[in-house]
Design a protein around this ligand. Sequence first.
Ligand SMILES: NC(=O)c1ccc[n+]([C@@H]2O[C@H](COP(=O)([O-])OP(=O)(O)OC[C@H]3O[C@@H](n4cnc5c(N)ncnc54)[C@H](O)[C@@H]3O)[C@@H](O)[C@H]2O)c1
Length: 434
Amino acid sequence: MSLLQRVEAKEITVGVVGLGYVGLPLAVAFGEVGINVLGFEVSQPKIDALNRGESYVLDVAADQVAALRAAGLLEATGDFDRLKDCDAISVCVPTPLRKTRDPDLTYILEATRQIAARLRPNQVIILESTTYPGTTLEVVAPALGESGLKVGEDVFLAFSPERIDPGNPVYGVENTPKIIGGVTPECTAIASALYGHIVNQVYPVSSPTAAEMVKLLENTFRAVNIGLVNEIAIISEKLKLDVWEIIAAAATKPFGYMPFYPGPGLGGHCIPIDPHYLSWKLRTLNYRTRFIELAEDINSSMPNYVVDRVSFALNQVGKPIRGAKLMILGAAYKRDISDWRESPAIPVIEGLLARGGEVDYEDQYVPEIFLSDGARLTATPLDYATLARYDCVVIITDHRYYEAAQILASAQKIVDTRNLLGALAAGDERVVKL
Ligand SMILES: NC(=O)c1ccc[n+]([C@@H]2O[C@H](COP(=O)([O-])OP(=O)(O)OC[C@H]3O[C@@H](n4cnc5c(N)ncnc54)[C@H](O)[C@@H]3O)[C@@H](O)[C@H]2O)c1
């Protein structure tokens, strides 16, 4: 049987390298359609948790992991020699930025090295980590080629961007179409057959580089539109208009407009980071990506804008930030998730601390955070009665559990960056909206 036939018949073992926010849901999706999955991790606590049948990713229930463990369909391991046992290998390792804001491919390089060292004929490798256009062909393919096996003949390689939206109750792995770009048509066919088992729709493109670019278009589109609407928020404030009213009205147009919402800044592992991968690549081609840079300028200034709004709110009651008791509600970068990487809550807190504010934060999903100087803050359990003791409450993340009416009843001054209080707050002079 060819590899394609075995993939189609599910007579394969799938390896998932990197079991984080992306890799774990993917591993579980394969397991749940009856495919044997081996997960490779460098974090021993994650390996142990999964093998005990537990989950550390909110979108994956412990019951799902436990059921797959009981069925013998999922195992986590740090033994990379077992990559040899896998017919298909999906790579879901981090792609952060260096301090200089250049791409950091360390994790992709390390995972590729681990795979290349054990490569055998009839394996398909799929890179899922978000990266700049050209990575699969220019970096991964040559590294795999060093094994002596020919990519496209002996082994197969494709790029397929992960599009997961953590915390999204509607769209998950299954109902989000999967883009696939193989090095050769056969690579695309094998990878498509593989993902066809877990997603409703597979959408092939002409090359891995095209697939890499699709992901960066999607995320740059978001970064630029969020930058635009953040500027509209600033403009609206200058015009003494309510930006939320303007957006709600514009969103009634059934064509040609798609609402984006302002906020305290970008967060997470994707939108603030991915466009830099594209800018970096284009810099090597002597081209400046102006939209990306402008959006970055505006989005990264939003935490400071929130600090200004806090200052404005306190000023109305004759208080400076220095010495004020401030409560930050929400540390994650968006609601109902525990991921606080790149969260704008951090620069907002740092800005308030730098001005002498006394800052506490609350987030049911984030028990502790670390500021850039390494300082550790732990969450203060939320008690609506105690909110009254704060001079200002700043709503950063609209975790659904916050009950707007109670916040209004108990807080002194409120800076609402998410319009959570919306209509409730209309006319309430305690509330300053973004
Ligand atoms: N989180 C998202 O919402 C999201 C969405 C789409 C795409 N992505 C992209 O997917 C990729 C992974 O993101 P994530 O959020 O899952 O990251 P993550 O940090 O949650 O998970 C990555 C995992 O890989 C492990 N790891 C690192 N090096 C390894 C190695 N050599 N071998 C095995 N495991 C290794 C880490 O320990 C970690 O558990 C990134 O490129 C990211 O940009 C993320």
